[in-house]
Design a protein around this ligand. Structure first.
Ligand code: DX5
Ligand code: ZN
Length: 246
């Protein structure tokens, strides 16, 4: 399996000193920063948009290569992911991870997220994100089966294949929620099928839950409250890394 990538979620940082918090976290050993973008529609919460991402970019050196240290892993909990691709690229986003539920065609029209005319297929959206020069990720909420992702993951065309899959281990919207071990079979299924895939888990990860996630096959670890709420964030980041790379 690929190596550990530790991505603290800045949702749990002190927003009044966000730039300093971001550069400090990288100094404490984080690989990526996980940037939670919420639009008050796809999820019942609001965070921030491109101007804030652009400001924090000036506090964190951009990655030297794809997937490198300082990668801004933007988790797009928004109803219209296609609409914001160019703005987030311009702001300094490196990896644009959209939700499958927000990108499916009208087949899922009962879902409130899936009503707008701005829908596009996951394949087309991944291609578009790649065309803009970013890595592309695709996320699934707890209620979504993971096998819906096999179509894009099995694409013969690398331009339409995601660089990462995010398996949510809480309902998206808020930090500090309880880890849902019920989601780990999705990680196991993905790891079995795709030995080299970057598989990210997000929600409730910390010293008490990391072993289960790592054993299931996750290698990209998001942790918000567990890192920003710790007395020794560097120690927590190291512990998470060792659990994955052991
Ligand atoms: C939740 C976000 C998460 C959140 C994780 O919607 O996607 O990234 O910040 O926070 P913790 O690690 O505290 O569960
Ligand atoms: Zn997130």
């Amino acid at each position: 399996a690929p190596k550990a990538i530790i991505a603290p979620s800045i949702l749990s940082a002190d927003f009044a000193e966000l730039g300093a918090a971001c550069s400090r976290t990288i100094g404490q050993g984080a690989d990526w920063l996980h940037v939670d973008i919420m639009d008050g529609h796809f999820v019942p919460n609001l965070t921030f948009g491109p101007p804030v991402v652009a400001k924090i970019r000036s506090h964190v050196a951009p990655p030297a290569e794809h997937h490198g240290k300082g990668t801004f892993d933007c988790h797009m909990m928004i109803a219209e992911p296609k609409k914001w691709v160019k703005e987030f690229k311009a702001a300094g986003c490196d990896l644009y991870c959209f939700h499958y539920e927000a990108a499916v065609d009208s087949s899922d029209a009962e879902s409130p997220e899936a009503t707008s005319a701005a829908k596009t297929s996951p394949r087309a959206l991944i291609r578009y994100i790649h065309d803009q020069g970013m890595l592309a990720g695709i996320a699934v909420k707890p209620g979504t089966r993971v096998d819906v992702l096999y179509d894009v993951l099995d694409s013969d065309d690398a331009a339409e294949r995601p660089d990462m899959v995010l398996v949510m281990t809480v309902e998206p919207g808020f930090g500090g929620q309880k880890f849902m071990a019920s989601e780990l079979p999705k990680v196991e299924a993905l790891r079995k099928r795709y030995p080299e895939l970057n598989i990210e888990v997000d929600g409730g990860l910390g010293p008490g839950t990391i072993d289960q996630a790592a054993d299931a096959g996750a290698n990209v670890i998001v942790a918000g409250s567990a890192v920003f709420g710790a007395k020794d964030p560097a120690g927590v980041i190291a512990l998470l890394r060792e659990a994955v790379d052991k």
